[in-house]
Ligand binder design. Structure first.
Ligand code: NAI
Length: 348
């Protein structure tokens, strides 16, 4: 592992330390970025992804680690933000030797960075890492369902937004359009339906649709091209990054956008674009913090507590209410307010 200088990179944002890892014997090429650790050791998942170039991987790790700092700070967790990316195809390049070599590198950071599941890394991979290093989160039986907590956090944030736009926080009788019926989208649909709401959803993967429809037959499926155009109370992006492009924003009919996907805004200006259109956008890193609130609880000095996790995730609603209040008072769009609150918490 070698610390590298990234100050000239476009995504550089005062990162504390960035490391490049190359172990050709194990087929491992990776980056670990620690964005900030003012509040405590950095936390963030490890992404295994077939990046086209090292430059692309580096840009991703810089952007994602920064996002983790903001997410942890806004959720008031005693942690900073970090992230790791392994370059390769998770279906063909991931093996025990590579993951073991990667675990040794994490050990070298001596607890400056705790990591776990992300895109391309499954629970079993994280369990393997855990057998080689102590700096792993999210692989214990208590906390190994982060998607449920992520969905619950989105549901809480959604209630704050509904209260603002409809004077009633309940999803009862409301219709929510969800893009992406994966792990989080499905859990979110379940929560909405159990509370008496309706769900319209879309997914590019027919398997995801069939699993969700079997479990939750009340979901109405529509094509992915039109999911954001539904005349509903909330549009909820729960698929991939950069969902909210200017073209899509022009087509959105719902007064609220609130979902789980990371980095939903295609550009920062799109936060303001929605605000000007009268759409209440709940910043993604606030709404989707439930998963990280759950896994970092394993590191609490008193051990994991489901009650504390529940309180933390439910608090997302209060933070959303505060952001909505300040947004109106200061006449600034919610993402700006959220960024300022997070920065204050990690003392940027
Ligand atoms: P997942 O991979 O289980 O589900 C994503 C679903 O979106 C898949 O079914 C996929 O087919 C679908 N999809 C992809 N592109 C699409 C498109 N253009 N239109 C419609 N559907 C599309 O992922 P998961 O875990 O449910 O996460 C969803 C989002 O939430 C991701 O952006 C993830 O980074 C973010 N997130 C997830 C957390 C978790 O606890 N799982 C925590 C924080 C954020």
């Amino acid at each position: 592992m070698k610390q590298i200088n990234v100050q000239k990179e476009k995504e550089f944002d005062g990162h504390k330390a960035v490391f490049r890892i190359e172990n050709s014997k194990a087929g491992l090429r990776a980056f670990i970025a620690i964005h900030n650790d003012n509040r405590g050791p950095a936390v963030g998942g490890t992404r295994f992804f077939p990046y086209h170039s090292e430059k692309e991987a580096l840009a991703d790790v810089l952007r994602l680690s920064r996002g983790m700092t903001y997410k942890a700070a806004l959720a008031d967790l005693p942690h900073g933000g970090g992230k790791a990316v392994i370059i390769g195809n998770p279906k063909t390049d991931k093996n025990k030797e590579l993951l073991s070599a990667y675990a040794e590198e994490i050990n070298e950071l001596s607890g400056q960075f705790f990591t776990g599941e992300d895109v391309g890394m499954m629970v079993d991979d994280v369990k393997l890492l855990k057998s080689k290093t102590n700096f792993i989160i999210g692989a214990t039986p208590e906390s190994d369902n982060p998607s449920y907590w992520t969905a619950l956090g989105v549901f809480q944030a959604m209630q704050a937004a509904l209260e603002e736009k409809f004077s009633a926080s309940s999803t009862h009788g409301k219709t929510i359009a969800i893009r992406g019926l994966g792990k989080v989208g499905r859990e979110l649909a379940r929560l909405i339906l159990s509370a008496g709401g309706n769900v319209i959803a879309a997914d590019i993967d027919p398997d995801a649709i069939s699993i969700a429809s079997k479990e939750l037959p009340a979901i109405k499926i529509v094509p992915t091209e039109v999911i954001h155009m539904q005349d509903v109370a909330v549009y909820s992006p729960c698929a991939m990054s950069k969902d909210l492009t200017s073209e899509r924003i022009d087509e959105i009919k719902s007064p609220i956008v609130c979902g789980a996907a990371n980095s939903q805004l295609a550009t920062r200006a799109d936060g303001e674009r929605m605000h000007q259109k009268g759409i209440l956008y709940i910043p993604d890193y606030l709404a989707n913090a439930g998963g990280i609130i759950n896994v970092v609880d394993e590191l609490h000095p008193d051990g994991y507590s489901i009650e504390r996790v529940k309180r933390g995730v439910e608090h997302i609603k209060k933070t959303a209410q505060k952001i909505i209040r300040l947004s109106k008072k200061e006449k600034k769009y919610p993402s700006l307010i959220a960024d300022a609150l997070a920065k204050k918490n990690f003392k940027a």
